[in-house]
Structure formats: C-alpha cells, structure tokens
Design a protein around this ligand. Structure first.
Ligand code: SAM
Length: 312
C-alpha cells in the first residue's frame, strides 16, 4: 500500500508568491547615480574606439569588464544599405562592415577568445546572433570555456518577406558567463521567461546604419546583467545603442566600431539622451503578474515595511 502523502502545511495559492516578490538588487535613483559617480577605473571610460575590436580588446586590462553586450556582423551577403523592411535607403547610411561567410567561424572564434581575459570573474556576456551563424557562436563559447546560462529568443514583429520559406522574425541572445557558480544576475522580475517579445521600431526619417537594435532589448540585457556604475563593453557599437542604453541607466560604457562613418551618428544619438534618464528602480516597474498579485494579495497587508516604501 502507498504511504499516505504528507499533507501540505500551507495551501498553494496561485500567484501569491508573486505578491511578495522583490528584485534581488535594487537602488533608488539617487543611489544609482552615486554608484555611477563614485566608480573609478584605471583607464578612460565612456569611449568608443573606431578600430577593429579584436586588436582593441587586447589593450584592455584583464578582469576589468562587468558585462559584455555584442551584436556582431551577420556574416551574410548584406551591405547594411539595403532598403529592407520598407526603409528609405537614403536614410540608411554606409557604414556596416561585413565579414565574409568563409571567415566567419575564425572571426567569431577570435573575438570571443578575447573575452575571458578581460571579463571580471562574475561578468556575463550577452551575444546576439541570427540562426544562420549560431553554430559558430556556440562553438566559440564552448572553446573559450564561457558557459551558457540562457539561450533567449527575441521575437520581433517583422522580417524580410519570403516566398518559399518562413519569414525569420527572431534573434538568438546567448547569455554566457565565466563562472557558473558566481555570476551576476539581477532577478528583478518574478518569472522572467526566455522568450522576449520586443518590437523593432520603425523609424522613418532617421539616419542610421541598418542594423540598429531597439534600445529596449539592449536595456533588458543591461538590467538583468549589470548594476549601476558597472562597465559595459560593446565590441560592435554600430549606431551606439549600447552606449545610449548604458548612459540612460547609470552604467559606464566602452566600445569599438570599425567603421568611423558611424561616429557622427553615435555622437548624435548620445547627445539626444541625458545621464540616467531611463533609470527607474525595479520595484517601481513590476511585471503584469507581480502587479496583479500585489493588488490582489497585499490590500490586507499594509503593515509590512516594503522595499517600495524604502525606495520612495
Ligand atoms: C550588427 S551591427 C551592430 C549594431 C548595433 N548593435 C546597433 O544597435 O546599432 C555590427 C557592427 O559591427 C561593426 N564591425 C564589423 N567588424 C568589426 C570589427 N572587427 N571590429 C569592430 N566593429 C566591427 C560593423 O561595422 C557594424 O556596425
């Protein structure tokens, strides 16, 4: 006969745990600003070098980077000037340096090979990749002993029209770390899933290189993968999206872009935003599950001192 199952001590109430969810780390805006201002580096930060990142990364001192975000060239037959997605090609500037498909695995192996030395022990790397070259990225991560923690699918709303195959409307984002036992991850959502639905913004009349990521997707990586004051490296700056996201969220940045045509655009994009302007303590931006659960379960629990009160 089966032993009688031990009765649950407390009844499971769906979503109740979400009501008391608090981010692993959180900072008020003043604290975030202070962390940013007091962080010291033995080299200049807030700099973008217009040179090859593989050579450039060799000059970065070891264990000095808190987070890497990389959106490398695709290795496709793509000049970056195509008027895809209904874009007006007059607004899509020259300035996308592609890598030949035959060289792609060597190229990937070389730039990923520079990361372990310059990353701090608890640092993580977030790599964007299309499906066609994903194998090269996975192989290089493995070869250089960077361990994959998550394989995120970023789903966006439109891709290039096709006739005899599905329209590609997703990207892969690989989150990998140096040390699986000790890496930084700020769980600021109760139930963060590995499929992200973030739309690409249609930006008519804006000068850009054709591969610009939405700030929202970059910001999401920065939010989970770093804290205010941290140094974020982007080896492939493109339009400077990572630098913009870092500036808006009190993170420092460093980057490379091989094509100096993009300097004007990066400088302009950075000038449009103020330091810390998108920063908001995580407790003040609960996801839908947490928001609903808090409304439902916390009405009767007003006596508890909450992190929310502390951060006001
Ligand atoms: C996919 S785009 C990055 C787009 C960027 N994430 C954004 O939101 O604008 C890749 C960029 O890497 C640059 N690039 C290609 N090879 C490079 C290298 N060896 N070193 C530095 N940059 C390089 C390209 O010129 C291109 O601007």
């Amino acid at each position: 006969m089966q032993p009688q199952k031990e009765k649950r001590k407390r009844k499971y109430v769906p979503h109740k745990a979400a009501a008391s969810f608090e981010p692993t780390y959180d900072w008020s805006k003043e604290e975030a600003k202070q962390k940013y201002e007091t962080q010291k580096f033995p080299f200049d930060v807030e700099r973008i070098f217009y040179s090859d990142c593989i050579k450039g990364m060799k000059t970065i001192p070891e264990k000095s980077i808190d987070m890497v975000l990389a959106d490398p060239p695709f290795g496709l037959d793509f000049s970056g000037k195509e008027a895809i997605y209904n874009r007006d090609s007059n607004n899509v500037i020259e300035g996308y340096e592609e890598v030949d498909i035959e060289d792609y695995s060597n190229f990937t192996n070389e730039w990923i090979g520079e990361l372990p030395r310059i990353m701090k022990r608890d640092a993580g790397v977030w790599i964007f990749s299309g499906w066609t070259n994903l194998k090269d990225v996975l192989y290089a991560l493995d070869k250089h002993k960077l361990e994959i923690i998550n394989h995120i699918i970023w789903k966006y709303q439109f891709g290039v029209f096709t006739k005899r195959k599905f329209v590609t409307s997703h990207y892969h984002i690989l989150f990998a770390v140096k040390d699986k036992k000790s890496y930084f991850f700020n769980k600021f959502e109760h139930y963060p899933q590995d499929v992200w639905l973030i739309n690409r913004k249609y930006m008519p009349n804006t000068k850009k290189n054709a591969t610009k990521l939405p700030v929202d997707v970059v910001m999401r990586c920065i939010d989970f993968g770093s804290e205010p004051g941290d140094l974020v490296l982007d080896p492939f700056m493109g339009n400077g999206t990572t630098a913009v996201a870092a500036k808006c969220s009190f993170r420092h940045y460093l980057g490379f872009e091989i094509n100096d045509v993009l300097k004007e655009i990066i400088d302009w994009n950075l000038k449009q935003v103020k330091l810390g302007e998108l920063y908001q303590p995580y407790i003040q931006r609960p996801d839908e599950i947490v928001q609903n659960a808090k409304e439902k379960f916390q009405k009767s629990d007003s006596s508890r001192t909450k992190l929310t009160d502390y951060l006001k």
